[in-house]
Design a protein around this ligand. Structure first.
Ligand SMILES: [Ca+2]
Length: 359
């Protein structure tokens, strides 16, 4: 047998031969461990913990339900959500519903959003369950609206969180199956549904699944049955154990599906392109705009794009004016240019001012 702890050799002589093969076995086991672990860590199932110093992930909050009148820290986790404007979070609407899919009667549940960065700037990257603490921010949801045709909801918070920058929704670029994505959520970490360590903010990189990307984003081709099984290999750049797809788990419902844009200054900008509905699918954030619901959401200009380059071809010319007119007339969210949600004539003026200002 191979002992788990090394006994100190006080004789000063050579170690017995058995100790030599023990170390070989240990080295082989260590090599096997380190060759498997990094690959597995690339999926959100067993995903990597969000770094404390990456402020972009501060906008990803844990959604908590409590009995009326009780604080969020006395409640239970129902999903994940993302701050997309000063006091608005987007999530999956089923997180806010009863298990049978109907709405809670008025006054039967309060909802709260817990952000990992406290008002003092410190980060607590885990939800402690029951018990209250001052180390993070919990803000009550005062109202919420949901899209009738998509599993999307937008919640209005009672206050704006301190030190948390919203992640803008992406309305301008259509997602393609090969796009790299990031999923960040507070769900369970295990390879089986509901298994593993819950309620630590983790992220995972991957690509969207193959196939046409309409109102729904297919975020992986793996299933929980009850553990992760992938039906075929995917196209992920990292080639991880789940074939390059981010695989959400229980309580990752409502989590953002994020596209990362490389900015001219070398930084990376995250933008919400969808919201996790199941481990396999996410409705596009654009569905909210297309549903015409209130509160409206405004999509900021990506950091790598000139605001006047409406057709995204890299140059600013008269074609962009035509493209803007077409977007405005069709009601596309790309025409929302003035920073105020919704399309009005003020957006036309805002676009023309950008156009004549150039880039
Ligand atoms: Ca252009």
């Amino acid at each position: 047998m191979c002992p788990l702890s090394q006994r100190i050799d006080r004789s000063g002589g050579r170690r017995p031969a058995r100790a030599a093969w023990c170390w070989v076995v240990r080295l082989l086991l260590a090599a096997a461990f380190f060759s498997v672990s990094p690959a597995r860590s690339l999926a959100i199932v067993n995903g990597e913990e969000a770094p404390h110093d990456d402020h972009r992930f501060d906008a990803v909050g844990v959604l908590v339900a409590s009995l009326p009148g009780q604080p969020g820290c006395a409640g239970y986790v129902v999903g994940t959500c993302t701050l997309v404007a000063d006091n608005l979070v987007i999530t999956a609407s089923h997180c806010l519903l009863r298990p049978d899919g109907t709405e809670w009667p008025p006054g039967e549940r309060d909802f709260w959003v817990r952000f990992r960065r406290g008002a003092n700037g410190a980060v607590t990257n885990s939800f402690p369950g029951g018990g209250c603490s001052q180390n993070y921010q919990e803000i009550r949801v005062t109202s919420w609206a949901r899209a009738g045709n998509a599993d999307l909801a937008v919640c209005t918070l009672a206050a704006e969180p301190f030190h948390v920058e919203p992640i803008s929704v992406e309305y301008r670029r259509a997602a393609s199956p090969s796009d790299p994505i990031v999923v960040a959520g507070w769900g369970f970490a295990g390879e089986c549904l509901g298994g593993g360590d819950p309620w630590r903010l983790r992220w995972a990189a991957g690509t969207l699944s193959s196939g046409p990307q309409g109102a729904m984003l297919a975020i992986n081709e793996c299933v929980f049955s009850p553990c992760v099984q992938c039906v075929r290999s995917g196209g992920g750049p990292e080639g991880d154990s789940f074939q390059g797809w981010a695989v959400p788990n229980l309580h990752d419902s409502g989590a953002p599906v994020l596209a990362e844009t490389r900015c001219p200054d070398g930084s990376g900008q995250l933008r919400v392109i969808g919201v996790v509905m199941t481990p396999n699918f996410a409705p596009r954030a654009l569905s909210w705009h297309e549903s015409g619901l209130s509160p409206r959401l405004y999509s900021t200009t990506p950091c790598d794009r000139c605001p006047a380059d409406q057709n995204d071809d890299g140059v600013v010319n008269i074609q962009d004016v035509f493209a803007y007119i077409a977007d405005f007339m069709s009601g596309h969210a790309r025409a929302d240019a003035d920073g105020v949600p919704g399309l009005t004539v003020q957006d036309v003026f805002a676009f023309l001012m950008r156009f004549f200002a150039g880039c």
